[in-house]
Design a protein around this ligand. Sequence first.
Ligand code: UT7
Length: 329
Amino acid sequence: MKAAITTTAKYLPESILSNHDLELLFETNDEWIRTRTGISERRILKDKDKATSYMCGEVARQLLEKRQIGADEIDLIIIATMTPDMLFPSTACLVQSIIGASKAWAFDLNAACSGFIFALNTASRFIECGVHKKIMVIGADKMSSVIDYTDRSTAILFGDGAGGVILEPAKDESYGILDSRMYSDGENGKHHLLMTGGGSLNPASHETVDKRMHYIYQDGRQVFKSAVISMAEVAAEIMSRNNLTAEDVDYLVPHQANQRIINATAERMGIDEAKVVSNVARYGNTTAGTIPICLAELDEQQKLHTGSNLVLVSFGAGYTWGGIYIKWQ
Ligand code: UT7
């Protein structure tokens, strides 16, 4: 049995943080940001009392409404996030409570920017072996909660947002998630993209706050190099394993970190621009949110048809990266 996405939804906060707004915070300019990253603006969840679970709850409600099912039909909720509301309980349990999915079990999965594809891959196994019939997989991050708005090289990149899907048994074996390749490289990843404070190694203290350890640290140049290589490689691997030519691929749905990384991946696959999904200009990098937000937008624009071939690829902290091939049901 294969697992197919039957429903998509997204939530982006209303408040916009533009490149011009950032010009007021530190030494930068709109042109530099657009040329180096492709980003013009991002969304920020401004309310102090709202966090990742709020965005997930908005997505979850839409998913149930679109699919016309009750929350008690959901078997499992997986939330991919690196910005949970709190260390515990999991954000997935909070979302279960928001929608009242009383029969589900729920857990978070943290693979940073690759969180959604890791979670989608994980969820698909529960469908494939017949254990579950309806799984909610949501990728969401409130990146503004971990961004140092004095660090110009990192602050320009990220925004807040959430997207999600319902995964169900495909109508036959030729549809749904047909292949996936997942990778991690902790040896290299642990140095270049991390947040050192707030965990069991460096619990919150005056010192960790003074040293700004509760913010993301990124060596942008190093991460950029690894991201370009890994995303292009895994995209090419997915194509070759499934005998897909550039013509066969209807959409490349890449993680939205930087337009230059997206372009390099598309170039390696040999596919033209029209097939490359990009909204990085409008939302920046929403971490685990990027890919499901892209899927929801494709769906809203009625661009997904039975038999459409999609290649999803991602790269993020860990390092973690991977690719998924979906034949749309
Ligand atoms: O999703 C998870 C993975 N994350 C990523 O994929 C992000 C990967 N990295 C990147 O996207 C890019 O490395 C950045 C956008 C972060 C930086 O772009 P870059 O082309 O790699 O620039 P750079 O770090 O090599 O910096 C070039 C120059 C530096 O000045 P000097 O040393 O050459 O004088 C920076 O200080 O640009 C300077 N700079 C800025 N200038 C204006 C860095 N940030 C800014 C800024 N505005 N915001």
